[in-house]
Write a protein that binds this ligand. Structure first.
Ligand code: ADP
Length: 173
């Protein structure tokens, strides 16, 4: 039995977090999008997209599969790295919960490999990908609590609005 991760919740903007790793709610192309992705590239500058393009030209020629995560520089963000994680699009017909959990587990694993001790997540899949935020919060918190988080001193969820904040607050153990 592991010790439960000490999860921090804040209302705010993921691009302003002074942490080792900021997780991006990316899409499989890795070439930018709206929401969190747009904000990260806008504030982080062109260096992030340049590294994403290199990933597409190399090991990730077809882009990134749903549930997977990969790191780049954080450019001008006050973080050291961005870990781009691809969340699943919400589906009523199919249970994609394990892919949403994978996103969180794989982001933590990539961050650990980088040597990160502090990490901030947005509410992955709850924007353009339409995942109901109460359900996404439950899955995200459970995935973090099921992971080995012993190396992390901060695991923070950064929630853009009060509804998301309340959902994550209610999902805490
Ligand atoms: P996805 O495509 O995975 O649904 P989005 O970026 O569209 O990702 O939205 C994910 C969540 O992030 C939504 O709850 C949205 O309100 C929130 N969000 C949007 N911009 C930011 C930001 N700058 N910082 C933190 N959260 C944000």
């Amino acid at each position: 039995m592991g010790v439960m991760a000490d999860i921090e919740l804040v209302r705010g903007d993921i691009t302003e977090q002074e942490v080792d790793v900021v997780v991006n709610a990316a899409n499989s192309s890795l070439l930018g999008g709206g929401g969190v992705d747009g904000a990260i590239h806008r504030k982080g500058g062109p260096e992030i997209l340049a590294e994403c393009r290199k990933l597409r030209a190399g090991h990730h020629g077809k882009g990134l599969k749903t549930g997977q995560a990969v790191a780049t520089t954080a450019g001008r963000l006050p973080a050291r790295w961005v870990v781009h994680a691809v969340g699943p699009v919400w589906s009523q017909a199919e249970d994609r919960s394990s892919l949403l959990a994978d996103c969180h587990r794989n982001s933590l694993a990539v961050a650990a490999e980088l040597g990160a001790a502090t990490i901030a997540f947005p509410a992955i899949s709850t924007g353009v990908y339409r995942w109901p935020v109460e359900d996404a919060a439950r899955i995200a918190i459970a995935a973090v609590n099921d992971s080995d988080t012993s190396r992390f001193s901060i695991i923070r969820f950064v929630l853009f609005d009060q509804r998301a904040y309340d959902a994550f607050h209610n999902a805490l153990p």
